[in-house]
Design a protein around this ligand. Structure first.
Ligand code: ZN
Length: 672
């Protein structure tokens, strides 16, 4: 029987034939695709003709096509719909994939061809994009150790292989701790909880085949629980379980893994000639240096901490007034903050949610993309990888643009958080390839599914990433879509969140799921006024995480990361009742793979830009200004990594951004 992953995909839009793919097809498909890629790379490296851009770089761009195809399907499933079989596959694959990339990097003949092209680049007649791609390929090889020899090269390969295994283990441990923990809630425990929290707790019990209600560690359930449960001991128990993920002293404990990862990363950077892993990691970013990152974070930290301390005093006062003595603790903050929010802003999430149905918010995200970029969305009825997943064809002026998949509901088989990935990326080399883009979220299921304001923002955020993929218009897959500097990649996503807050968008789309009535005007006003609410807390929990991440990777790796974390927080004067948004044992951004290692700051860096970029629309007096939308698409959304991030941003805005619009947007200017 033919392996459906390797056979031609004779499906609508060449979508993966999900209905035909079985788990046991993956490993043979990966093995065949790896063999094919190895043969292609060997042919390029061994080509007797002198190196040219076409026979070297362009050929490499196409050498891993089958591997990209199989990997695009598998890695989406491994995150969005994992099973023990898929977890085992992922563990077995990690060293194979790592060995393959090491082989390429260590291929002397291949690197020599690239180096020759690089030396001759001025005389090759390359266009701007080709020169950029050549530059990035060479940089990738050099940064991966292509210039190392003998024992050093061997050691680097071993270090990278071990890091790949540890990163996978870290993520799987976290998933195991999240999956295993649940707390049955008695009728008394449900007291004070809004209906939607009770319904989610009921659904969580059903998913586990249990009667009654259970609390889980899913953010969509535990955060509203912590906001609304008046039962302090229960809040403490739930909170402590939540922040103990990865640090339970069981088989899935991540603390020793974190220490080993940090030590190996330092060794890797030193082998490559960098003073620290942070210096190595930041070189290709917009920020460039650890000092630039620290400067930005500290400019935000000082006013944020002042605001948070002022808020803590108010919340503790409320707690004492209720007759609860002692200090405000981390499991109290959300509860008293929510009560204060209701009083000061009279904004009740439970009253808000009926206006934020998933259907309405998908409609809003699509409508904004239509008004800004002329995109249209048509539901597709095609087999997908899970019954909850939905698909749309995206077109413009009748022309196919992309296929967009939405996988919105939480389930035990999905890792936590929300993300966007391309199962297939856009490119023009070797024939036009249009992308398949998926947004994966963890919204609580319901009938109908109703979102919190945070959920709705997440939906817009991930859709912003999807637009970056779908509108991509470059020749080379290497720089397609979101293949940009890490501290630039959150600009399109965070920028897109701003359109959700445009009053006209809420008036049009935030309609009560039952009555069809639009959100009352005063509710819209209160919602928008509340957007700066508790930003001291949010900024402190984020910036502290980013500074710990930076400290872990600057200088010598800490033997005891937990002690180092405590030291950084003490130096910062971390407010007592706020913890890091992600403490070390569950800081998947920086340990489950090294994507965001010494890069967690980049969300804040991007926020500086998104505040400034949306101001460009506001300055025109029209949030949908066509000329500005055209610039956004031309210089940023379609451009991928075809140029340095600074150049892309400066062309869009006419200048670089400052930190003030961010402080203003978060309501932190007064506290400065
Ligand atoms: Zn994002």
């Amino acid at each position: 029987m033919t392996n459906p992953l390797l056979a031609p995909w004779d499906t609508p839009f060449a979508l993966p034939p999900f209905a035909a793919i079985r788990d046991e097809d993956f490993m043979p498909a990966f093995d065949a695709a790896l063999t094919e890629a190895r043969a292609n790379i060997a042919a390029i490296a061994g080509n007797p003709e002198a190196p040219s851009f076409a026979n070297t770089i362009a050929a490499m761009e196409l050498a891993e096509e089958s591997l990209d195809r199989v990997g695009g399907v598998f890695y989406n499933l491994a995150g969005a719909d994992s099973t023990p079989a898929r977890e085992a596959l992922q563990r077995d694959l990690a060293p194979k994939m790592s060995a393959f990339s090491s082989e390429i990097i260590n291929n002397r003949a291949l690197f020599q061809r690239i180096e020759t092209l690089w030396q001759e680049h001025e005389t090759l007649g390359l266009d701007d994009e080709q020169l950029r791609v050549l530059t990035l390929y060479r940089r990738m090889f050099v940064r991966s150790g292509a210039q190392l020899d003998g024992a050093e090269a061997e050691r680097l390969t071993a270090v990278k292989a071990r890091l790949a295994v540890l990163g996978t283990e870290f993520g799987q441990n976290l998933l195991a701790d999240e999956r295993d923990w649940f707390l049955p809630l008695s009728a008394d425990d449900l007291e004070g909880l809004p209906d939607f929290v009770i319904a989610s707790a009921r659904a969580a019990a059903e998913e586990r085949g249990l009667e009654g209600h259970v609390l889980t560690l899913n953010r969509s359930l535990i955060v509203p629980f912590l906001q609304s449960s008046p039962n302090r001991p229960l809040r403490q128990r739930a909170y402590e379980a939540w922040v103990a993920r990865g640090a339970n002293g069981n088989a899935s404990d991540n603390r020793a893994i974190a220490a080993e990862i940090l030590s190996l990363r330092e060794e890797r950077a030193k082998l490559l000639g960098y003073p620290s892993f942070a210096a190595y990691k930041l070189e290709p970013e917009m920020a460039k240096t650890p000092q630039a990152v620290r400067d930005l974070l500290m400019r935000v930290w000082t006013p944020a901490r002042a605001k948070a301390e002022a808020d803590a005093a108010v919340l503790e006062g409320r707690m004492h007034a209720e007759g609860v003595n002692g200090d405000l603790e981390a499991w109290d903050w959300r509860y008293y903050s929510q009560a204060r929010r209701l009083e000061e802003h009279d904004l009740d999430e439970a009253a808000l949610k009926p206006y934020l149905s998933l259907e309405a918010m998908i409609g809003a995200a699509f409508d904004c993309a239509n008004r800004l970029f002329g995109l249209e969305f048509r539901p597709l009825d095609v087999p997908l990888y899970h019954p909850d997943v939905r698909a749309w064809e995206v077109t413009r002026n009748g022309k196919h643009v992309a296929v967009f998949l939405g996988d919105y509901f939480a389930r035990g088989s999905k890792r936590s958080g929300a993300w966007c990935s391309a199962m297939r990326s856009q490119r023009k080399l070797g024939g036009e390839v249009r992308p398949i883009v998926v947004n994966v979220c963890n919204f609580a299921k319901g009938d109908p599914a109703l979102l919190s304001w945070d959920d709705a923002r997440t939906l817009f955020h991930e859709f912003g990433h999807a637009l970056h993929q779908m509108l991509s218009d470059v020749t080379h897959g290497f720089i397609s879509g979101t293949s940009v500097a890490r501290d630039f990649v959150e600009l399109p996503s965070q920028l897109y969140e701003h359109w959700l807050s445009v009053p006209a968008v809420l008036e049009k789309h935030a309609k009560h799921w039952k009555t069809g009535q639009p959100m009352p005007a005063d509710m819209v006003q209160r919602l928008l006024a509340a957007s700066t609410y508790d930003q001291g807390f949010a900024t402190v929990e984020f910036v502290s995480s980013a500074l710990v991440d930076l400290a872990f990777h600057e200088g010598a790796a800490p033997a005891d990361p937990m002690a180092k974390q405590a030291e950084v927080l003490a130096d910062l004067g971390m407010p007592k009742a706020i913890r890091m948004r992600h403490a070390t044992p569950h800081f998947a951004h920086i340990f489950s793979g090294d994507g965001y290692s010494s890069g967690y700051y980049s969300y804040m860096w991007s926020e500086v830009m998104d505040a400034d970029a949306f101001a460009a629309f506001e300055e025109t007096g029209d949030a949908f200004d066509p000329a500005m939308a055209e610039k956004l698409e031309r210089f940023i959304l379609s451009a991928g990594g075809s140029r340095e991030a600074e150049a892309l941003y400066t062309d869009f805005r006419g200048r670089m951004p400052g930190v003030e619009p961010l402080l203003k947007g978060r309501g932190l200017l007064d506290a400065a």
